[in-house]
Each structure stands twice: as structure tokens, then as C-alpha cells.
Design a protein around this ligand. Structure first.
Ligand code: SUG
Length: 448
């Protein structure tokens, strides 16, 4: 049976803005308070989805969330009508209103961790929604994420959904941004590589000093248990704490993998050789090869990686077995990174082509091509069981661009977030979107 890696891209929501909400994420902090352009952001994302579909990849779309999150503000003590809740939050606690308006659910690499059916004990595709509990604005995503994923992957014969882990820092879980699956073929048993930033219960593991390590070892282990992964099918590796302190807040800012290849920076991990050996050995036992490309620090520094998002790329397998790297425009703007990429594609290795996309609106909040997609490996039967409303097609692309052009603003500043009209605009747009994507009722305003 044929198998595919389907990329489900997050559709950018109507409140996309630069709130400066993510301590440890250099782009988020440095672009704080700039005016954003939600319409452009959503169209840039849709263009990437369309381009991948046109190249022959199966592409899906993941809906944004209802923002401002009035329920979150109510849980913090703001009361009255929805308009009054927003007005009172704007007056007394602007940072909380900004957090409740974030369109951060667009970075769906953080929506969940996904294990394909070939890896799991019960032969179903498993999803665990990420609790994202390191940042308030992201910790409020998972209930709606779970409903949206449930509406996309509803067939219980093929899909199993787990609620987010307990909402404490000890089980901080950032989803697929710290998870990579290696395999010979998407439909065969593979090895799932979980990368954590610290251990919450064992002080012998080093931890970063300046910025938070969002993912814990214990969270990664819990997800592996929930998904029924076998000991032979998992490897846990620690991120180098010093790169977290340089702005690598998720492992997908410094490494990306696909098939039998890991593409990473020399300084990405701790105990790199032992970890690569374990990956090689476990993949060999599955009949698969394993190759790693380590990018040397004297060619590309960690700072170059953080600013260009070289590793926040999509590594895709083409029909002829070679690989394609989807990178953001910022890679072309960095001479060291661009020259490294020229050398990489002409060296005769597995990565043969680089394609560049303009994702500036998302990039300015620290979200590159890889952040914007959730990978789900599916066989033909499973793909047929996915809600067809969320699979990208030429007509769906046209409908969604029309929908964005109709509902989205082309400028948003912090002061605009206090406008109660924005909430109405967002709800009107999302109500229409659930019909376009055939999701049913998934948003708080539709179910309460
Ligand atoms: O969690 N930025 C996101 C970026 C997430 C990127 N995802 C991956 N690397 N997979 C974050 O830090 C910034 C929002 C703001 O500042 O307005 C933000 O949430």
C-alpha cells in the first residue's frame, strides 16, 4: 500500500500581530509592537501550501483559532459582555489582552505530536495535543486544537487522540517541533526521535541559564508511552543548552529530518555521536539506513541559523528519491547560509534542490516553513479516512484566498486589539471557515 507524508499547514488567523510574547524567541522579542499585516501573512502561507500541492505533495490545511480568547480573559476575572471583557482587559491588563489575541496557533508544528500507525502498538495514528505551557498565550491553544484535530481525523478505527499532558512546566510539551521521525518508507515502522531541553525530575541533566527549555524529557517520554511506541522505535536526545540560550527555543530551529536523513547544526545536541549511533543502530534493525549532515559552525554560526531559520526548513522526499529543502527568504539574505546551501545542493548528496518562500509575516514572530506545518504520515486507507474538507485542492485554494481577502485586515497594531469589532470580524470569518473546511462546530462561540 502507498504511504505519504501529508503536510497540514496552519492557516494564519485574522488577529496575527507582533506582541513580543515569547521570551527566548529572538524574532518575537525584536519585532514587538510593529504593525502586522494579517492578510499578507495568511496569503503567504496559502501560497506555500499551493506551491507544494502543485509540486505533487499531498497538502492539508489546519484552521486557526478564535481570538481574542474571551473565555481565557473571563477565567482571569474579567466579566460583563464580551465587549466589556475586552474593554476592561485593555484598560487594566493590556499584556493579557495581547496574549489572548495571539494568532500563535498558526505554528502547527506545535499543535501536537503525531505517531504514524506503523510505529504504534494498536496500529492507529496517534495524536497528543501539546500543552505549550511555557507561554500563557500558547497554553490556551490545546482545547481548540484537540477539537479541530478531532474534526479532521475523526475515524476512531484509524486515529487515536490524547489530551494534552498535565499543564505544569515539568511536563512542558511543544509537540512536533521537538519530534522527528526517521524511516525507509513512510508506511514502514520507523524510529521516532524526541529532543528535550531539560529534565524536570533529574538534576544531573544540564539546563540553559538564560532562556527557558520548553520541552522536558519526562513530557517526551509520556508522549511515547501514550502512543504505544516500542523501546526499539524511539531515541531521546538532549538539545545543547547553550543553543537554547542563543535563541533556539525549539529543536526545529536547529535540526530537521526526513526519511533516512538528519540535517542539523554541529552544535544542536549534547552527546551527539552516541545519539547518532543509537539512531543508526535502531534504524538498521528496521532495515533502514541513516545519514546525518552536520553543518559546521565555522561555515554557519548558531546566530546565522537563528536569524536565517536555515533548519526551520521542510525536507521533502521527491518521487525520484532525492530531497528538496523549502527555506525562507531570510536564508538567501544571509551570505554564509546561502553559500552553504549552494554547496550542499551541488555536492551530489541527498538534498538536490532548495526552494525559497517569502514568509516574512510569520518569520517576524519566529515561525518559518517548518513551524507552519504539522506532518502526518498516512497510508492510502488512512488518507481516505481524513475529512476531505481539509485537503488542499485548486478550488479550495481559490476559496480560501477569497475568504482571506474578504475578512482580513491589512494592518494590525496593539491598539486595534481593543476594538470589539475585531472579535466580531474574527467570529464571522471563522464561522464561514468551518463551513468551507467542513469541520462542524469547533470554536467556543459555536458550542457555548
Ligand atoms: O512559540 N512565536 C512562536 C513561534 C513558534 C515557532 N514554532 C516552531 N519553532 N515550531 C513561539 O515562540 C510569538 C508571538 C508574539 O510575540 O506575538 C510566538 O508565539
Amino acid at each position: 500500500m502507498k504511504s505519504f507524508e501529508v503536510n497540514f499547514d496552519g492557516l494564519v488567523g485574522p488577529t496575527h500581530n507582533y506582541g513580543g510574547l515569547s521570551f527566548g524567541n529572538v524574532a518575537s522579542q525584536s519585532n514587538s509592537q510593529q504593525a502586522s499585516n494579517p492578510k499578507e501573512a495568511a496569503l503567504q502561507g496559502l501560497e506555500k501550501m499551493k506551491a507544494l500541492m502543485d509540486m505533487g505533495f499531498v497538502q492539508g490545511v489546519l484552521a486557526p483559532q478564535e481570538r481574542p480568547d474571551v473565555a481565557a480573559l473571563r477565567s482571569l476575572g474579567f466579566s460583563g459582555t464580551d465587549a466589556q471583557v475586552i474593554e476592561r482587559a485593555a484598560k487594566d491588563a493590556m499584556p493579557l489582552l495581547v496574549a489572548s489575541c495571539s494568532a500563535s496557533s498558526m505554528w502547527v508544528a506545535n499543535a501536537a505530536t503525531v505517531s504514524p500507525s506503523a510505529d504504534t502498538a494498536d496500529g492507529r495514528v496517534h495524536f497528543t495535543a501539546a500543552n505549550l505551557n511555557c507561554k500563557f498565550h500558547r497554553s490556551i491553544e490545546h482545547p481548540t486544537t484537540s477539537r479541530v484535530l478531532g474534526a479532521m481525523f475523526a475515524d476512531q478505527q484509524h486515529f487515536a487522540h490524547h489530551a494534552a499532558l498535565p499543564a505544569v512546566a515539568q511536563f512542558g510539551d511543544e509537540g512536533a517541533a521537538n519530534h522527528t521521525r526517521f524511516c525507509r518508507d513512510y508506511g514502514e515502522a520507523g524510529v521516532e526521535f524526541f529532543v528535550y531541553g531539560r529534565s524536570a525530575f533529574d538534576s544531573r541533566y544540564p539546563a540553559p541559564q538564560k532562556y527557558p527549555a520548553r520541552q522536558t524529557l519526562e513530557a517526551s517520554q509520556a508522549v511515547a508511552r501514550l502512543h504505544g511506541l516500542s523501546e526499539e522505535g524511539v531515541v531521546f536526545g538532549q538539545q545543547n543548552p547553550s543553543v537554547i540560550d542563543q535563541g533556539v527555543f525549539h529543536n526545529d530551529v536547529i535540526a530537521v529530518g526526513n526519511g533516512e536523513l538528519l540535517f542539523h547544526h554541529q552544535d544542536a545536541f549534547l552527546n551527539t555521536e552516541a545519539m547518532l549511533d543509537e539512531l543508526r543502530r535502531k534504524l538498521a534493525a528496521r532495515g533502514a539506513k541513516f545519514e546525518s549532515i552536520s553543518v559546521p559552525r565555522d561555515q554557519v554560526t548558531v546566530d546565522d541559523a537563528v536569524r536565517s531559520y536555515l533548519f526551520n526548513s521542510q525536507l521533502l522526499s521527491r518521487a525520484d528519491g532525492s530531497m528538496l529543502l523549502i527555506v525562507p527568504e531570510e536564508c538567501r539574505a544571509n551570505p554564509r547560509v546561502w553559500s552553504y546551501l549552494q554547496g550542499l545542493t551541488s555536492a551530489g548528496g541527498p538534498i538536490r534542490e532548495v526552494k525559497v518562500f517569502d514568509l516574512k509575516q510569520s518569520m517576524q514572530n519566529g515561525g518559518g516553513p517548518a513551524c507552519l506545518r504539522l506532518r502526518v504520515a498516512l497510508n492510502e486507507t488512512e488518507l481516505a479516512a481524513v475529512n476531505p474538507g481539509v485537503i488542499m485542492s485548486a478550488p479550495l485554494y481559490d476559496t480560501l484566498t477569497g475568504w482571506v481577502n474578504k475578512h482580513y485586515r491589512d494592518a494590525l497594531r496593539e491598539s486595534d486589539l481593543a476594538d470589539p469589532q475585531l472579535l466580531l470580524e474574527c467570529r464571522t470569518a471563522l464561522d464561514e471557515l468551518t463551513q468551507i473546511l467542513k469541520l462542524g462546530s469547533v470554536y467556543p462561540f459555536q458550542i457555548n
